[in-house]
Ligand binder design. Sequence first.
Ligand code: TRP
Length: 432
Amino acid sequence: MSSTRFLTGITTTGTPHLGNFVGSIRPSVAASRTPGVQSFYFLADYHALIKCEDPARIQRSTLEIAASWLAAGLDPERVVFYRQSDIPEIPELCWLLTCVTGKGVLNRAHAYKAAGDKNAAAGRDADEGVTAGLFMYPVLMGADILMFKAHKVPVGRDQIQHIEMARDMAASFNHLYGEHFVLPEAVIDDNVATLPGLDGRKMSKSYDNTIPLFSSRAQLQKLIGGILTDSRAPGEPKEVEGSALFQIYQAFATEAETAALRQQYAEGIAWGDAKQLLLERVDQVVAPMRAHYEELLQNPARIEQTLLAGADRARALATPFIREVRSAVGLRSLVQVAAAPKPAKASKAALPAFKQYREADGQFYFKLVAADGRLLLQSTGFAAPKEAGQAIAKLQKEGVSALTSLADRLLPLEGVGTPEVAAALQALAEAV
Ligand code: TRP
């Protein structure tokens, strides 16, 4: 079994702030060093176009975000680090997935729905200012993920729905065209802190309460000076609970340092002194990265080269894979002999199932239903639910060989052969 593949995208809008560092950059860089893990990190610049129509900002933000990740220690030799728009196979796959995605599914996507609700609340037409790009966002994201057969996708909670949609696209495609895609799973790291911003709410660009990761020391000092505190005077004990200052400190300090600050809060440290401690602690982490970051920004050609090298590695996988998938749907040479579709492997999304139920006659029954809904086994009535359960257990344990002893408990079904039943029981056994 090959290693687990992690993949995540970073939308290239804006400049990274301390919250992005703590919540995403730092844990991702650490995770990319885990043995047995293969990581794909990419700059989602096609996604950025949905939110930003300023070409200079798109370009600048791509540069700054790439530089931030590299400055934070991402090793482009270990990780496949690339720019989404350098992989033309991604929008190509996006179309193939579009054709297996229900429109109704996309209607329910949170971001699209929120835009419509906002319009409705303001008394506007639901679609006003809503691009088809926003509507299609989850499909593009599905293409990002499925292209590289990612098993795990580390994301924030707000993205879980998108990963589930990608899973459904993969399952639908596999069902129609044979087993080509891996079904991805979201990974949510609950240990990663959400950083509060200057005003105590979650640090977020949309609240305008951020501290940019690569502020100069002077800027950092000014911003930290503006963190909201209560009005307790020096000498008065202070609460760590709900203190944005304390929480930011904690995200950058060791446990011992955090415990020491907690103690100083109890002893009534002046807010000014606490802010000074925070400045020093954050700067200690940021300063070495800042130097590297400035150096990278001075040298965009080097970053460009790094990204193109990453794209080469990514395309070494994407180019043959899109060929396979195109062929699977029938986009292929007219002289090519159609390959038999790869049999769909039993997946969690589509497994046969035993169903137990009681009929109006008061008796207890079970049936085995195939992944596609076809009836494979139908029992006769049992006096007690326990007996039906025992018959199921026997089938689960012994597979088709149990059919002989259960023969008088099962109704003959037209068009269902033993091999099919065997395959279903096998699939169920493998799934546990
Ligand atoms: N939509 C993600 C976000 O805003 C970014 C993203 C794009 C992504 N494509 C992806 C994340 C694929 C994970 C996998 O955070």
